[in-house]
Design a protein around this ligand. Structure first.
Ligand SMILES: [Zn+2]
Length: 483
């Protein structure tokens, strides 16, 4: 790859779609696969996913154990819960033939989600109230045969995710669980990935198949489209009834369990790319970055060995961070600067003969390009300070952008105008009818992304009549175009 090909050749705000494709490929995140809609997750992309995994496992490990369930699910299992059948039927991939004998007696679904197979497991392993709450999580791959435009991470037929499944004694316990996991998703996005989210629920007609309530965390991308970043569902007793998930209470009476499920996927990497990236490529928030600091030795003149030695000392001094020393002797410093900028490493430290002599370091921030010369002594504290500031600034920038791109509307025309002219979120009152949402969808391809939980947001000044039909409004909603 020549130097020219290494860099991103389009500007993000001029052609975000081409920009995204180039970043994914050139930063070494993912590549296309022979089957449309599948992707090869390359090592750098996988490192990001592994960090997401590590952080989320840490959040849930006190209460939830990881397990693994089969990729193949018998058709009869899916059929037990009618909403799952109807909801997923159009996008299930089936195995119908296998091995020497050819046609299988029963078709096997490549899991589009695992509620059915895990519900069956729950029904066999839950006996009494003492077994509750029952919680299990799996990290796995999922297949949903999307017909629409596929894009690496954002919309793929095969993706990786985490799916948590729980069973509880009461409706109240299940609701608590749903909100707790949603809160952890919000924490993962906000504190680790520096992406502000809105928490809320989906409209009735847009719930997960088989759910009584679907809650969501949504984040607004700089191009004005919203991403559904994670969902947490209350499944009521729907699966308990279909799969006989029952427990005996203190009085030996049999009751149906209330179950939940919740998930985030490799789509979160798509959000990370879009949220922070710039014209030079990725910008990684330090808390999620596979490499937080890259040390680039400037190998010129006779002092190469001394420069390398000093670079290693810097790495040692920064041992509490994820640090890489780029010792490649075949590439110029300029090439390396571009490469690590493309990969979004939050901080670069340059070490040349002058730095060795003066016991100083030149640092360059990826997010704003700010250059500083720092003393070697006390470098670890200083780096910590810088990285914390990078993390904070990245979050603040998006929060500000979301604030500026949230507008209110009181009529259908205002909704359409706002979406058409600016994109972003349009906050409005809505009566609850799918038909009213459809009028917006048909005109500008925007939909209700959530009904926010936040009371301040809900009590805002959008009137008490549906902006579209004028009927009494029950809810405040956010419209947006979506990924
Ligand atoms: Zn209406």
């Amino acid at each position: 790859m020549s130097k020219q090909e290494l860099g991103i050749t389009v500007k993000k705000d001029e052609n975000v779609s081409e920009w995204y494709t180039q970043v994914v490929k050139k930063a070494g995140l993912a590549d296309y696969a022979p089957v449309k809609g599948c992707m090869i997750i390359e090592p750098y992309g996988m490192k990001i996913w592994e960090r997401i995994k590590k952080k989320f496992n840490k959040m849930i490990e006190d209460e939830v154990d990881n397990a693994y369930f089969p990729l193949l699910i018998p058709e009869s299992y899916l059929e037990k819960e009618k909403d799952i059948v109807e909801g997923f039927d159009p996008e299930v991939a089936w195995v119908e033939n296998a091995g020497k004998d050819g046609k299988l007696e029963e078709r096997l679904a490549i899991r589009p989600t695992s509620e059915s197979i895990i519900a069956d497991y729950m029904s066999k392993n839950i006996r009494s109230y003492r077994d509750l709450p029952f919680r299990i999580n799996q990290w796995a791959n999922i297949m949903r045969w999307e017909a629409t435009d596929t894009r690496p991470f954002l919309r793929t037929r095969e993706f990786l995710w985490q799916e948590g499944h729980t069973a509880h004694k009461s409706e109240e316990n299940a609701t608590e669980e749903v909100l707790k996991r949603l809160g952890q998703y919000a924490e993962l996005f906000e504190d680790i990935m520096a992406i502000p989210v809105l928490k809320g629920k989906k409209p009735e007609h847009d719930k997960f198949p088989g759910a009584t309530v679907t809650t969501t965390v949504e984040c607004l991308m700089p191009d004005g489209k919203s991403i559904q970043a994670g969902t947490s569902h209350n499944l009521g007793t729907n699966f308990a009834e279909a799969f006989e998930i029952e427990y005996e209470d203190e009085n030996q009476k049999k009751n149906k369990c209330h179950t939940t499920s919740w998930g985030i996927s490799t789509r979160s990497i798509g959000a990370l790319i879009l949220a922070h990236g710039d014209d030079k490529g990725l910008v990684m928030p330090p808390n999620i970055a596979p490499i937080e600091v890259v040390v680039v030795p400037i190998l010129v003149g006779d002092n190469k060995e001394k420069v390398l030695e000093f670079s290693e000392k810097v790495k040692e001094e920064l041992s509490s961070f994820r640090v890489k020393v780029d010792k490649n002797r075949d590439k110029s410093p300029g090439y390396k600067f571009n490469k690590w900028e493309l990969k979004g490493v939050p901080l670069r430290i340059e070490v040349g003969p002058n730095e060795v002599e003066d016991k100083e370091l030149t640092t360059v921030r990826r997010d704003n390009g700010e250059k500083q010369v720092l003393e070697f002594d006390g470098i670890s504290d200083k780096v910590e300070e810088i990285l914390e500031d990078v993390q904070y600034e990245l979050y603040k920038k998006l929060e500000k952008s979301r604030e500026e791109n949230t507008r209110t509307a009181e009529t259908l025309d205002e909704i359409l105008d706002n979406i058409d002219t600016y994109g972003g979120y349009v906050k409005t009152a809505w009566c609850g009818e799918e038909e009213c949402e459809a009028k917006v969808k048909d005109e500008v391809h925007a939909e209700i992304v959530l009904l926010p939980f936040d009371k301040d947001v809900r009590s805002s000044d959008v009137g008490s009549e549906c902006a579209i039909c004028g009927e009494k409004s029950e809810e405040v909603v956010y419209f947006a175009k979506t990924y």
